[in-house]
Design a protein around this ligand. Structure first.
Ligand SMILES: Cc1ncc(COP(=O)(O)O)c(C=O)c1O
Length: 362
């Protein structure tokens, strides 16, 4: 095979390492009843209404899905008070994050990302041979003034996670307004709100406002978190119609399956499940933060469904000890956070297991 045919920018990519799957840990360590708190999934399982809808439509998978995802876009548009031309559906938001780089970045262009954030932004830029400027966080939070200062005439795209994964911190509407007003109008801002539904802080941005104003902001949300459908792979983005038209040109054909489309439609009606998810997450956060304080483990206050711990010990060793006790979490070295460990907020039982295992591992 002529490996030299592969361009340098592809050779240089360091692949994303997802949280270890449950089955892998059970197989490798001969354990049963392993708890996965490593990928910010929903500990309550999938939305029951989504499961029902998937079962009902399972016999239709001989047909290709609706490539235009008409019904889900229409439903989202009506719920969000937008037009369906302002909505695009992806195979998870990860899919759309890649399409954004493919649509707006050429080889001469630069994208700005935070240094310690969701790694997919960086990978999306590297895959299209775009150039990256990375800006460190300040106090574990996006430093928007520094990101604005990093803009040059070559900047075409900025990725922002709000709240940030893995720190769980958010930027406010006021901060985001100031940022947007301080950068040129021809820069696309991808605003990733994967954890939007968990947020209870009224200072959080009303990001659709920018879309309605026709500003080049792409807001991304997902069915992977509060709706419990991470394995189904479906998410969406909202942006001014013109940007969506370009994204549609680039998107992979039939990127969301029929079952993902019907599952997501049903999940949108599952208000009880969403309410329960928010309550369990809030109670879990309170429980975990109190327990962490008791054992004097430092952590960053989070508005999401996960908590970043700052350890005195080597986080990788702690991670391995936790693994052997059947609890999967995530060391953050790859994310440029060498002393940190991220844990997803689970059910009460799972949180108890994690705290017990952590106490025994420190
Ligand atoms: C900030 C952020 N964006 C996007 C995603 C991925 O979402 P999806 O499953 O919709 O691809 C995650 C997943 O952990 C995330 O943390």
């Amino acid at each position: 095979m002529k490996i030299e045919l592969v361009p340098e920018h592809i050779k240089k990519i360091i692949p994303y390492l997802p949280g270890k799957p449950l089955s892998e840990v059970e197989r490798e360590l001969g354990l049963k009843d392993v708890v996965k708190l490593a990928s910010n999934e929903n500990p309550l399982g999938p939305s029951p209404l989504a499961i029902e809808a998937i079962k009902k439509h399972i016999n239709e998978v001989n047909l290709y899905p609706d490539n235009g995802v008409y019904y889900l876009r229409k439903k989202l548009a009506s719920i969000l008070n937008l037009s369906m031309e302002q909505v695009i559906i992806g195979n998870g938001t990860t899919d759309i994050l890649g399409d954004i780089a493919r649509t707006f970045l050429g080889p001469e262009d630069y994208a700005i990302v935070a240094d310690q954030t969701f790694l997919v932004y960086r990978l999306a830029v590297q895959a299209v041979n775009g150039n990256l400027i990375t800006v460190p966080l300040k106090n574990y939070t996006y430093d928007l003034p520094a990101m604005a200062k990093a803009v040059t005439p070559h900047t075409k795209l900025v990725y922002i996670a709000n709240p940030n994964n893995p720190t769980g911190t958010m930027v406010t509407g006021e901060e985001f307004d100031r940022f947007l007003n301080s950068i040129p109008e021809d820069i696309v801002v991808a605003l990733d709100e994967a954890y939007y539904e968990y947020i209870q802080d009224p200072a959080y941005p009303d990001s659709f406002k920018y879309v309605r104003e026709g500003r080049p902001v792409i807001v991304l949300r997902t069915f992977s978190k509060i709706y419990g459908l991470a394995g189904l792979r479906i998410g969406y983005a909202v942006a001014p119609e013109e940007l969506i038209r370009y994204l549609i040109k680039v998107k992979c054909l039939f990127n969301t399956s029929h079952l993902a489309q019907v599952g997501a439609m049903a999940a949108l009606d599952d208000h009880d499940f969403v309410t329960k998810g928010k309550r369990v997450n809030k109670e879990g956060y309170q429980f975990l933060s109190e327990e962490l304080k008791k054992i004097k483990v430092e952590f960053i206050p989070s508005v999401g469904n996960f908590i970043l711990l700052i350890l005195q010990e080597d986080p990788y060793k702690v991670y391995q000890k936790l693994l052997r006790k059947g609890v999967i979490v995530r060391p953050m070295k790859m994310w440029n956070l060498p002393q940190e460990l991220r844990v997803t907020i689970g059910t009460h039982q799972q949180n108890l297991r994690f705290i017990k295992a952590l106490k025994e591992s420190l």
